[in-house]
Design a protein around this ligand. Structure first.
Ligand code: 1GP
Length: 247
């Protein structure tokens, strides 16, 4: 398989936007239905992970996706226990919006050996939590404060620092099930200040929210909750991406 990061850069160079479906292995009641929809209306990637996995279903979940699809599977780990060599790549997240040293370097040191042995493609990712209307699982679990929604310049400088530190992606995260997705204006400002690809997710529920965020400069849109609840929405969401990519 072509290296996933190279693929992202290539797509970015062509102005192509991507859709990633986030699957939380703890919530896979409708996974078969979602995978059937993904055959008909394929996203670009599957992301797999969650803030807290309590049921040890990561491997089973990856196997189930593999059995039904040849799309890349990217780990989006809530912690170092969510690493599996059966995926294709790992977003190595550093929570650069926060000041929790464990999530900036501590856990990375603990997991470095396992990650190295996994053979996964490692994509160093500056992960930025953005305030989204109410506390989210990710802000609670990470024990960090999100960047206020109206502080575009803090977000832009944080993303720029991430790029200067050598990170390959910036992930603007409102949090799973967020009340409000990351503001469009914030994505626009971050886009103007960095050159690396931008991923955004958290609380995105509609086609227009996808389109606005892509137009603002996001390269990858991640959707979890609404597709978990209602897999048939994938048709509409991948249609939105296709319409943007045709222009
Ligand atoms: C990925 O956490 C998000 O960044 C997914 O959020 O579950 O709200 O779509 P939703």
């Amino acid at each position: 398989m072509k290296a996933i990061y190279d693929l992202l850069l290539q797509q970015r160079a062509q102005g192509k936007k991507s859709l990633a479906v986030l699957i939380d292995p703890d919530k896979i009641e409708k996974l078969s239905e979602l995978l059937s929809q993904a055959k008909l209306f394929p996203p670009d990637f599957f992301f797999v992970g969650g803030s807290l996995l309590s049921e040890g279903k990561l491997e089973k979940c990856i196997q189930q996706i593999r059995a039904s699809s040849s799309l890349p599977i990217i780990l989006f780990p809530g912690n170092e226990m969510q690493i599996s060599s059966t995926a294709d790549a790992l977003l190595l997240l550093s929570v650069i919006s926060g000041r929790n040293p464990e999530l900036l370097i501590g856990r990375h040191v603990a997991a470095a050996g396992i990650i190295h042995k996994s053979g996964l493609e490692i994509i160093s990712t500056g992960y930025m939590l953005i305030e989204s209307g109410a506390p989210t699982a990710v802000s609670y679990i990470s024990n960090t404060q999100p960047i206020p929604r109206d502080k575009k310049s803090i977000a832009a400088l944080t993303a720029l620092a991430g790029e200067q530190l050598g990170m390959k992606l910036i992930y603007l995260e409102a949090g799973s099930g967020a009340m409000f997705p990351v503001p469009v204006e914030m994505i626009e400002t971050v886009r103007k200040n960095i050159t690396i690809p931008i991923i955004t997710g958290g609380g995105i529920k509609t086609k227009s929210e996808i389109i606005e965020r892509c137009r603002a400069g996001a390269d990858v849109i991640v959707i979890g909750n609404v597709l978990e609840e209602n897999p048939v929405l994938l048709k509409e969401f991948s249609g939105a991406l296709n319409s943007l990519n045709k222009v």
